[in-house]
Write a protein that binds this ligand. Structure first.
Ligand SMILES: CC(C)(COP(=O)(O)OP(=O)(O)OC[C@H]1O[C@@H](n2cnc3c(N)ncnc32)[C@H](O)[C@@H]1OP(=O)(O)O)[C@@H](O)C(=O)NCCC(=O)NCCS
Length: 168
């Protein structure tokens, strides 16, 4: 697996996975009708944030293979909150459950620590998103609290949103 900084050439792959995951209705509260440009502005944030992509090492002639997923990270808040990082992750549905999310998270955590952030906060982890909650807990995040019913899951109805935090 190759994880590298995203470039404009990755936008088509990113919008495909972004739309699939948002349409699934279980993990993200983004609107379902964003244009490519709006998705780029939302996900491919400029520095000091960072957007990365993961590809499988199954390309022909040594080139990049299948797009596996993407992550973004940067300051959680501007100004006096910019010492705490946040991050978001989207693994292609076909590639989920094979270690891609863990690899993206480990890279994002490595980068955030290197950048000097004091910790990382996830603002809205859907409580029924078992894969995410389990993975973040394995990586040292705790559930700080939950807002009951703050997310309208397509299949479960109103469910809570966790704030999760890891101090570096
Ligand atoms: C959540 C997400 C990023 C996890 O990435 P992934 O590649 O699917 O997960 P991984 O294969 O790296 O699994 C890492 C751990 O998560 C947990 N996990 C993964 N899938 C799971 C599932 N279906 N149920 C319960 N736990 C699961 C396991 O603890 C796993 O650890 P293991 O290696 O010991 O089995 C990915 O599924 C995804 O993009 N989902 C849709 C969008 C999303 O939820 N983003 C995060 C929002 S907070």
């Amino acid at each position: 697996m190759l994880i590298r900084d995203a470039t404009p050439a990755d936008l088509a792959a990113i919008v495909t996975v972004f739309r699939d995951i948002v349409a699934d209705g279980e993990t993200y509260a983004y609107p379902e009708d964003l244009t490519d440009e709006q998705i780029a502005a939302t996900w491919m944030e400029p520095p000091p944030a960072r957007c990365v992509v993961a590809y499988a090492a199954d390309g022909t002639d040594g080139g990049e293979g299948t797009f596996l997923g993407t992550a973004k990270a940067g300051p959680n808040r501007p100004g006096r909150g910019d010492h705490i990082a946040t991050a978001s992750f989207m693994v292609s549905p076909a590639a989920q459950g094979r270690g891609v999310g863990r690899a993206l998270a480990e890279e994002v955590l490595r980068w955030a620590i290197e950048q000097g952030y004091a910790g990382m906060q996830f603002n809205a982890v859907v409580e029924t998103n078992m894969a995410a909650v389990a993975l973040w807990q394995q990586l040292g995040f705790s559930i700080v609290g939950s807002v009951p019913g703050a997310f309208r899951s397509k299949h479960h109805g109103p469910v809570g949103l966790h704030v999760m935090y890891r101090q570096f």
